[in-house]
Ligand binder design. Sequence first.
Ligand code: SF4
Length: 77
Amino acid sequence: MAQCTFLDRCRNSFFSSELAEDRIMTNIIKSDFCMHAAQSCARLKLYKKLGETGVPSDFYPYQREDANKLIDKNSPT
Ligand code: SF4
């Protein structure tokens, strides 16, 4: 898979948050998700389901269960 299409958005939110000071974690996340496996990213799932405003800036790509809970919480009943 090509680079994630939401990379610019995450650069201005997630990668500019407190994570910006942790270069090692930033590089791991970009390698594990942004550059090769965005389809597994919990942030990407939120972007697609809830839109840009539905993705907290400090939400990690690993938080798949939390993403499902957020989606359930924000879906019409
Ligand atoms: S953190 Fe997730 S949504 Fe953001 S650029 Fe990387 S893969 Fe895409």
